[in-house]
Design a protein around this ligand. Structure first.
Ligand SMILES: Cc1cc2nc3c(=O)[nH]c(=O)nc-3n(C[C@H](O)[C@H](O)[C@H](O)COP(=O)(O)OP(=O)(O)OC[C@H]3O[C@@H](n4cnc5c(N)ncnc54)[C@H](O)[C@@H]3O)c2cc1C
Length: 339
C-alpha cells in the first residue's frame, strides 16, 4: 500500500511567483513514481487536477476546487553518448540549478537559458526560450507519465511539436501527461549564440576568451537589470506572447508607426514585441491598486502585494482591449490562467 499525504485547503501563496493567496482544496507533493501511479488509479480519475512545478507561469484566478499535484521528483546526471553528452534531469529539479550543474560539468548548450525560474518538468511545456535559444535546440527526448493509462511514454523532439512558447503539451496533449524526466543533448565543444543585442554588447571584449560560464553570467546580469525578482515583487515574467502578424499588415503599421520593431519569422510573417505595443499604448509603469505594469518592462504584470488573481486578469483584459483598439492586434497570454 502506498501512503498518500493529501493535504486539505492548502494555501498556494508560496507556490506561485505572482504570490496569489489562492487555496487548493487538495494538495499533494509527488516524490516517487509509485505514489503517482496510485494517485492516477484513483484521485486523478475522479477530481479536477492541476500539475504544478514552480508556479512561475501560472495565474490563479481563484481557489482551485480540486487536487494540486506538485511534482517534486529529484535527480540529475550527465553521461557521454556518441559525440555529445546527455544531461538527464528529473521534473522536480530547479531549472537554474540544472543549468549551473551543466556548467560545473563543463557542458555547453544551456547557458542562454540561465535564471529562468521554475522546474525542469515544465520547461518543455512552453519550450522555454531566452536570448536566441529555445529548449528545443538542446532537447533530446523526454519521459512522461500517461495519466489515463498509467504507462510511461517517450517523446521525441518531433512528437513534442515544439514551436514558439508551445508544445503538444499545450495543445492536443494538454493535461494528459506528467513529464517525469527531460534529456538534453549538450556539447563539450562550445557553439555560442550571442547575436542577441544586449548580450552581444556585454560580451564584446570577451570574444577570444568566451566560455559558457561567461555567457551565463552575462545573461544573469541582463536579466537581473531588466526583470523584477519574484521574491521581491510578484510576477510571472512575460504575461503575453509576442504576436505574429503578416508582413502586409506590418508594412501598414509601419506607415503609422515608423519605429515599430519586428523580427521576421518567415517570408509571410513577422513577430512584433508585445512589450512595445503595451508601452506605446501607455501602460508602462502604471499602477492600479495592488496590481500594475512594471516600470522597466511593459510585458511584465506585477502584484505589489495582496492582489487577487481576478485583479490581474482584469488588468490583462484592459491591456488586451487597449492594444486591440490601437493596433488591431490580439495579445495572447503566455501565462496559463487557472480559473
Ligand atoms: C521572472 C520570470 C522570468 C521568466 N522568464 C522566462 C523566459 O525568459 N523564458 C521563458 O520561456 N519563460 C520565462 N518565464 C516563465 C516560466 O519561468 C517558465 O514557463 C517555466 O518553465 C515555468 O516553470 P514552472 O515549474 O514554474 O511551471 P508552472 O508554472 O508550475 O507550470 C507551468 C505549466 O506547466 C505545467 N507543468 C508543470 N510541471 C509539469 C510536469 N512535470 N508535467 C506536466 N506539466 C507540467 C503546469 O500544469 C502549467 O500548465 C519567466 C517567469 C518569471 C517569473
Amino acid at each position: 500500500m502506498v501512503k498518500m499525504n493529501i493535504l486539505k485547503n492548502r494555501s498556494l501563496k508560496e507556490h506561485n511567483t505572482f504570490g496569489i493567496d489562492a487555496k487548493a482544496k487538495y494538495y499533494i507533493e509527488i516524490k516517487d513514481i509509485e505514489t503517482l501511479k496510485a494517485l492516477a488509479r484513483n484521485e486523478l480519475q475522479q477530481l479536477p487536477y492541476l500539475i504544478l512545478g514552480g508556479g512561475s507561469n501560472l495565474l490563479f484566478g481563484g481557489d482551485f476546487d480540486g487536487l494540486v499535484v506538485k511534482i517534486d521528483l529529484k535527480g540529475k546526471r550527465a553521461y557521454e553518448k556518441n559525440n555529445h553528452v546527455i544531461l538527464e534531469a528529473s521534473a522536480g529539479e530547479n531549472w537554474h540549478e540544472t543549468v549551473l550543474y551543466s556548467l560545473d560539468k563543463g557542458l555547453n548548450g544551456l547557458e542562454n537559458l540561465s535564471l529562468i525560474p521554475g522546474t525542469v518538468g515544465a520547461a518543455p511545456i512552453q519550450n522555454i526560450g531566452a536570448y536566441g535559444v529555445e529548449l528545443k535546440d538542446i532537447f533530446e527526448t523526454l519521459e512522461a507519465f500517461n495519466i489515463q493509462t498509467g504507462e510511461i511514454e517517450h517523446f521525441s523532439k518531433e512528437e513534442c511539436q515544439f514551436d514558439y512558447r508551445y508544445s503538444t503539451f499545450k495543445g492536443p496533449d494538454k493535461g494528459r501527461y506528467i513529464i517525469l524526466k527531460v534529456f538534453f543533448r549538450l556539447h563539450r565543444n562550445p557553439v555560442f549564440t550571442i547575436n542577441y543585442g544586449s548580450l552581444n554588447a556585454l560580451l564584446q571584449n570577451e570574444k577570444g576568451l568566451l566560455n559558457a560560464r561567461k555567457v551565463s553570467e552575462a545573461v544573469i546580469k541582463i536579466r537581473q537589470s531588466k526583470l523584477p525578482n519574484p521574491e521581491e515583487i510578484g510576477n510571472a515574467g512575460s504575461f503575453f506572447k509576442n504576436p505574429v502578424i503578416t508582413l502586409g499588415y506590418y508594412e501598414q503599421l509601419k506607415r503609422e508607426y515608423p519605429e515599430v520593431p519586428g523580427y521576421k519569422v518567415n517570408e509571410e510573417y513577422i513577430k512584433v514585441p508585445a512589450g512595445w505595443l503595451i508601452e506605446k499604448n501607455g501602460w508602462k509603469g502604471k499602477r492600479f491598486g495592488h496590481v500594475g505594469v512594471h516600470a522597466k518592462q511593459a510585458l511584465v504584470l506585477v502584484n505589489y502585494g495582496g492582489a487577487s488573481g481576478e485583479e490581474l486578469i482584469h488588468l490583462s483584459k484592459e491591456i488586451q482591449a487597449g492594444v486591440m483598439e490601437e493596433f488591431r492586434i490580439h495579445l495572447e497570454p503566455e501565462v496559463t490562467i487557472i480559473k
